[in-house]
Write a protein that binds this ligand. Structure first.
Ligand code: SAH
Ligand code: SF4
Length: 384
């Protein structure tokens, strides 16, 4: 069977190379060619012995996902849609900011959790992505942007697993992908700059803490079980008390000393003063004796027709944030980015999944103009 080398972390590649009778340092060289230089053609890997290149040509490929379309927003956000077969697509979104450049990566085609306000959740679950399909999104984005901007230095400084899917329900593929992101021979991202976002798969939060602690975001969205049961159905299996205890445990090995709680603001559903008070009480109940242990990120809901939900007014979001801040909870309001290209969770890929229109839609997407780089990329500051 032909191996796709994007499926391997460095240790995996070392074993594969050893199986071909090659030493560890050869695997390191190969890994660097693939991830640091974005090269997929073995014949261009000039410092590898010819015999190894021939062996690789016979038994392996570097096969990234195929890009269906690319959309560039006026604010510099870039969104790629990748074909994952069977009429499914996943997306990755690049978000340049003054002091960082973040890539939002997908972990599954669809999602089995089925949150009320999420368009990916409404699509249902198609399949888990493989490690190579997860890392492909970063490989493509990083090297495409470098090429286009004629830059040899690293462009993407942060990765957030906040695209389509629940990363902790695809743990076996996620783990090697995270290792490639963190590896100094790979993308060399610090643990603090790789964030896994979860709806609260409690046992897997503990495993992540043990295997590969990275920054953690938890999609809370409601301060009490009766409401969270409705919005985030996995709450029926792992209710808020269990989730909060898991967060506290996670902090013991986390690279950052806080957890980010995400809270999607839904008009009249979870955005009232009483919800803010309940949230304050909840976070106080689980707070350690001293210090800031969590931050709250309020996300303005990105509406889609089937949800039957509305975005809270900005006055309501601000009022909610004020209540939390007044209680000493560090609260931010997420800026919406790339609105003109639907760069929010699951939006565009959701339309592709609609099989009745898939062909027509795919055709339209292929004809979307691809602009030369207008991305507003600023010089990247040193990592902290
Ligand atoms: N499955 C993971 C990660 C992917 S979703 C999780 O749920 O955390 C990434 C974030 O986008 C989550 O916080 C999710 O709640 C939020 N989100 C999903 N649909 C949204 C929408 N329509 N508007 C705003 N935020 C949304
Ligand atoms: Fe899945 Fe996250 Fe969407 Fe919920 S919000 S359905 S967990 S992708």
């Amino acid at each position: 069977m032909t191996a796709n080398l994007l499926d391997y972390d460095l240790e995996g590649l070392v074993s594969l190379c050893e199986g071909l009778g090659e030493k560890r340092f050869r695997a390191v060289q190969l890994f660097r060619w693939i991830h640091q230089r974005g090269v997929s053609d073995f014949s261009l890997m000039t410092d590898l012995a010819k015999s190894l290149r021939q062996k690789l040509q016979a038994s392996a490929v570097v096969q990234p996902l195929t890009v269906i379309s690319e959309h560039l927003s006026a604010d510099g956000t870039v969104k790629w849609l990748f074909d994952v077969g069977d009429g499914n697509a996943v997306e990755a979104v690049f978000i340049p900011e003054d002091d960082r450049a973040t890539l939002c990566v997908s972990s599954q085609a669809g999602c089995a959790i089925g949150c009320r306000f999420c368009s990916t959740g409404h699509q249902g679950f198609s399949r888990n992505l493989k490690t190579g399909e997860i890392i492909s999104q970063l490989w493509h984005a990083e090297h495409q942007l470098r090429h286009r901007l004629k830059q040899s230095d690293r462009i993407i400084t942060n990765v957030v697993m906040m695209g389509m899917g629940e990363p902790l329900q695809n743990y076996d593929a996620l783990l090697p992908a995270l290792r490639v992101m963190l590896d100094d021979h790979g993308y060399g991202l610090s643990r603090r700059r790789v964030t896994v976002s979860t709806s609260g798969v409690v046992p897997m939060m503990d495993r992540l803490a043990a295997d590969c602690p990275v920054a953690l975001a938890v999609s809370l969205h409601a301060p009490i079980d009766s409401l969270r049961d409705q919005l985030v159905p996995i709450n029926r299996k792992y209710p808020i008390a269990e989730l909060m205890s898991a967060c506290r445990r996670y902090l013991e090995s986390a690279p950052r000393d806080f957890i980010t709680f995400e809270y999607c603001m839904l008009e009249g559903v979870n955005d009232q003063a009483e919800h803010a008070k309940q949230l304050i009480a909840l976070l106080a109940e689980y707070a350690p004796p001293t210090g800031v242990w969590c931050k709250v990120n309020l996300i303005p809901f990105n509406p889609f027709p089937e949800s039957g939900l509305r975005r809270s007014t900005s006055a309501q979001v601000t009022a909610f944030a004020k209540l939390l801040n007044a209680a000493g909870i560090v609260t931010t309001i997420r800026k919406t980015r790339g609105d003109d290209i639907d760069a929010a969770c699951g939006q565009l890929a959701g339309e592709v999944k609609d099989r009745t229109h898939a062909q027509r839609r795919m055709q339209q997407l292929r004809t979307v103009a691809i602009h030369p780089a207008r991305a507003l990329i600023k010089p990247v500051k040193e990592q902290v």
